[in-house]
Structure formats: structure tokens, C-alpha cells
Ligand binder design. Structure first.
Ligand SMILES: Cc1cc2nc3c(=O)[nH]c(=O)nc-3n(C[C@H](O)[C@H](O)[C@H](O)COP(=O)(O)OP(=O)(O)OC[C@H]3O[C@@H](n4cnc5c(N)ncnc54)[C@H](O)[C@@H]3O)c2cc1C
Length: 462
């Protein structure tokens, strides 16, 4: 006689938790979803309803172009794995060009209704205000960037980390292949070797006085995101947004992150730059670089325009723009194993934004994956995460170790820089020469085709 597996507990009915519960139930395993919204007097600072999978801000899942956009590839992978978030998103689409945008209420109601109707899903409205009871041996924690303080404190104590919630001022990240190396050069300040033994670890972008003055004016005048009342936790590592530094005096940045000392421009060795912007490698693959000290609360549109004023970054493509909000996330590379389980307490698996991915789709994708991993465990099956060529596998790789060792772990959207690189093709499928300016685009397409094929192979082998 076969016994049915004991239920898996999912804490948090946001994007990740809803997706995890759906995947578990569809694998034939009972699931109990615990969501604190709906309990009188309990809410978060960003949600407005009691609906599952509520979108707290924009209504966009970003680009739906799977061939040329990494988040579009993630959409395609999730659709191939019967995602509830994607099917309800598709069913509640509103016009948004190449993006997938949804009617937020219709979307949340559809997710809630589907989960309520599933015979293996039980939804309990309660806050889990501490570590889950010990008899819960297979738990997914998907409590998001606004995890309730009681649970966040309990996780902190278990991990021995000093901090979990940050007033998150994040710096933009650019794709290395969009930096103009006819202007920029590689060198560490005073040619100092880093822990990896590299004396040329940084990319340097020089400015003369006129360029610096114009840049400071743009920073001071650019539109800034408003502070929210609920953003009252400390700055991450004491970082000040760059425009706040500029407000303190026009020279502040030249004496701070943009100081032009210890660096020599090989193309102009006798002339000292007035200021220098440095970029630091951001991922182990070396495909992404962050602007050092450039955490910012400039609005996204203004950021791209302002940072492209930096010589060498005039054509920069941004993998992530800077931003500012409260964010609760684990130091995942240190704390989680490849199954996204807490090493210190493997009965807890983490999903969603709390693992250090950024964005609705990325959070839901990690929910999807942990749901499948937890269900496989309950059924006594071995299941490894998808390979790193897939968008989903690349995210797992990033949060469990793909970021550069020794650097500060920061949340990340999916982007092609997280996937193993491919040589840009010179000819197309018909053997026709591809114009050099179109080769980057052709490479993205090849990476997407490779990713989706690998994902389907992983799914079919599971
Ligand atoms: C203010 C803000 C704006 C954002 N805007 C965007 C945006 O525009 N686009 C974008 O792509 N991403 C955005 N994000 C980032 C992120 O993608 C979303 O926060 C996303 O909702 C994360 O999904 P999640 O499932 O991890 O968390 P959530 O969707 O927040 O779900 C977590 C759930 O857990 C519940 N919960 C928390 N603690 C407990 C507990 N102890 N017991 C029981 N339940 C609990 C919460 O009520 C919530 O329902 C934003 C984040 C914030 C904070």
C-alpha cells in the first residue's frame, strides 16, 4: 500500500509562494499555503489587498520577447513548466507593446481562484511569526522583500548573519561588451593587486572638468524617486546615493568614488583626469560590471541618460539600473545549498525575492523551481536544478555562488550576462554573413534557443 506524502508548507502567498504551491499540488503532493494578509490588523507596507500574488507596484512582467530578451526567455521557460503565474498573466493581459502587462486585480483574482479550487491546496490565513514548528519537515519560505519582522528575526538568529533587511540603495550594472574600450582602460588604483591577484581588476572612465561639471549638474537636476514612509531601515553598508553626495558639495564625488588618484590613462599618460568613474566586475563570468559607489535614487529614465554622459559608457547597456527600497534578502551564496535549502536548517527552502533575485518574474520563477524541488523530495526523487544555460538555472547559479567571490551579494534581475557566454555568430542559419552591428542581437537569440532547449530537456528527464 502506498501512503500519500505529508503536506509541504509554503509560507507567503505572493508571486513565489503561489507558484510553489501550484507546482507542488500538480505533482500530486498536498500543500498548505500560509498567508498573513487577510488576518485582521496584519498587512505589509506595500500590499493593498488580501489577494494571492498581488503585484505591489508596476503591472508589467517586462519583455515577452523570448528570442532577444532574457526575461522573455524566463517567461518561455515558465510556460513550458505549466506556471500558474504565466497562465494567469496571459489570461489577464492588457496592451503593452512587446511587454507582458496584466490587469493586476484580474490577475491576482485568477491565481487565488485557481489555488482555492485545487483539491490538494489548503490556504490558511495566518502569520508564521517565528521558525515553523519542528514537525514541518519540508517548508518553503517565500515571504518576500517585506517579510514580517518576527519571522525575519528568527531567520537571522538561525543564520548567525548580522543583517537581513536593508535600505537598499543599489548601483547600476552594465554589460561589459557595451563599454567603449577606446576610451576606458583596465587598471586598479595604484596597480594594487586584488584578492584574485589581478592588478587590472577595474574599468576606468576618465572625465575632464567640463564633463565632470555637466555630470554633476545632471545629477543635481535629475528627477529622484520619492522616499516612502515605510523605508525606515538602515542603508545597506552605509552607502549614500550618489546624488545625495553631490548635494553635499560639487567636489564631494571627486574626493569620494570619483577620485582621480592612482590611475594613469594609457592614451593620455601626462594629463591627469579631473575625475574617474570606476567599474568593478560583478559576476564570475566577467560579463557584468557595476559602477562603483554609484548607488542612486534617480528615476530609471534619468539614470540611463545621465550615466551615458560618462565617457566610455556612451553606449552602455544596463543589466540593472540603480534603485532604493526596503529589501529583505538572505546572503544566499553563503547560506543556501543548490537545492535552495538553508544549510543550517535544511528543512527550510527559500524562494522568491528573499533569495536575492529581483523582480516579479524572477521571484515567481524561483517559486516554481522550489515547488518542484520540494515535491521531488517529498516523493523520494532526486531532482537537480536546471542547467546554467537556462534562465532559471542561471538565477540559481547566481544566488548560490555565481557572483564574484569576496564581493557583496546584491539582488539581480535575469539578464544574458548571467548565462554562460556564447561567441557572437558571424553567419546566420542560411550561411549569410551577419552585419557586425547585428551580431550581439544574433548571439542573444542563440543563447535563448540554447536555454529553452536545455530547459525542455531538463523537464522531460525529470
Ligand atoms: C515596494 C516594492 C515595489 C516593487 N516593485 C516591483 C515592480 O514594479 N516590478 C517588479 O518586477 N518587482 C518589483 N518589486 C520586487 C519584487 O519583485 C516584488 O516584491 C515581488 O512581489 C516579490 O515576490 P515574492 O513572492 O518574493 O514576495 P511577495 O510577492 O511580497 O510575497 C510575499 C508574501 O509573504 C507574505 N508574508 C510575509 N511574511 C509572512 C509571514 N511571516 N507569514 C505569512 N505570510 C507572510 C506577504 O504578505 C506576501 O503576500 C518591488 C518590491 C517592493 C518592496
Amino acid at each position: 500500500m502506498t501512503t500519500s506524502p505529508s503536506p509541504i508548507h509554503v509560507i507567503g502567498g505572493g508571486l513565489a509562494g503561489s507558484e510553489a504551491a501550484w507546482q507542488i499540488a500538480n505533482a500530486g503532493v498536498p500543500v498548505i499555503l500560509h498567508e498573513m494578509r487577510g488576518v485582521p490588523g496584519i498587512k505589509t507596507d506595500a500590499h493593498h489587498t488580501d489577494g494571492l500574488a498581488e503585484l505591489v507596484c508596476s503591472n508589467s512582467f517586462r519583455s515577452d520577447d523570448w528570442e532577444y530578451n532574457a526575461v522573455g526567455l524566463l517567461h518561455a521557460e515558465m510556460r513550458a513548466l505549466d506556471s500558474i503565474i504565466m497562465s494567469c498573466g496571459d489570461a489577464n493581459q492588457v496592451p503593452a507593446g512587446g511587454a507582458l502587462a496584466v490587469d493586476r486585480d484580474g490577475f491576482s483574482q485568477a491565481v487565488t481562484a485557481k489555488l482555492e479550487a485545487h483539491p490538494l491546496v489548503t490556504i490558511v490565513r495566518e502569520e508564521i511569526a517565528g521558525l515553523p514548528p519542528e514537525e514541518w519537515d519540508n517548508v518553503i519560505v517565500a515571504t518576500g522583500p517585506l517579510t514580517s519582522p518576527a519571522l525575519a528575526d528568527a531567520i537571522l538568529k538561525t543564520t548567525g548573519e548580522e543583517s537581513l533587511s536593508f535600505f537598499d540603495a543599489i548601483a547600476p550594472i552594465v554589460h561589459a561588451d557595451s563599454i567603449d574600450f577606446d576610451i576606458a582602460w583596465r587598471q586598479s588604483r595604484y596597480d594594487k593587486e586584488g584578492p584574485g591577484g589581478d592588478a587590472a581588476a577595474y574599468v576606468n572612465c576618465p572625465m575632464d572638468k567640463a564633463q565632470y561639471d555637466a555630470f554633476i549638474d545632471a545629477l543635481l537636476e535629475g528627477p529622484k524617486a520619492e522616499f516612502k514612509d515605510w523605508e525606515n531601515v538602515p542603508y545597506f553598508d552605509g552607502c549614500l546615493p550618489i546624488e545625495v553626495m553631490a548635494e553635499r558639495g560639487r567636489e564631494t564625488l571627486r574626493h569620494g568614488p570619483m577620485k582621480p588618484v592612482g590611475l594613469t590613462n594609457p592614451r593620455n599618460p601626462t594629463v591627469k583626469a579631473h575625475a574617474i568613474v570606476q567599474l568593478r566586475q560583478d559576476n564570475a563570468l566577467g560579463t557584468l560590471f557595476n559602477l562603483v559607489g554609484f548607488q542612486t535614487k534617480l528615476k530609471h529614465g534619468a539614470q540611463a541618460e545621465t550615466f551615458r554622459m560618462i565617457p566610455g559608457l556612451q553606449d552602455a547597456q544596463f543589466a540593472r539600473l540603480g534603485g532604493l527600497h526596503r529589501n529583505t534578502f538572505l546572503n544566499s551564496p553563503k547560506l543556501l545549498d543548490r537545492q535552495l535549502r538553508l544549510k543550517a536548517m535544511p528543512r527550510l527552502r527559500f524562494a522568491g525575492q528573499v533569495t536575492g533575485v529581483e523582480g516579479y518574474v524572477e521571484s515567481a520563477a524561483m517559486g516554481l523551481l522550489t515547488g518542484r524541488l520540494a515535491a521531488a523530495q517529498a516523493l523520494g526523487r532526486d531532482l537537480a536544478p536546471p542547467p546554467p544555460e537556462t534562465a532559471m538555472g542561471a538565477l540559481v547559479e547566481h544566488i548560490t555562488g555565481g557572483h564574484l567571490e569576496g564581493s557583496k551579494f546584491q539582488p539581480m534581475n535575469i539578464n544574458y550576462g548571467l548565462l554562460p557566454p556564447l561567441e557572437a555568430p558571424k553567419v546566420d542559419e542560411d550561411g549569410k554573413r551577419i552585419n557586425p552591428k547585428d551580431r550581439g542581437r544574433a548571439r542573444k537569440r542563440l543563447m535563448s534557443i540554447r536555454g529553452l532547449a536545455a530547459l525542455k530537456a531538463w523537464r522531460d528527464a525529470a
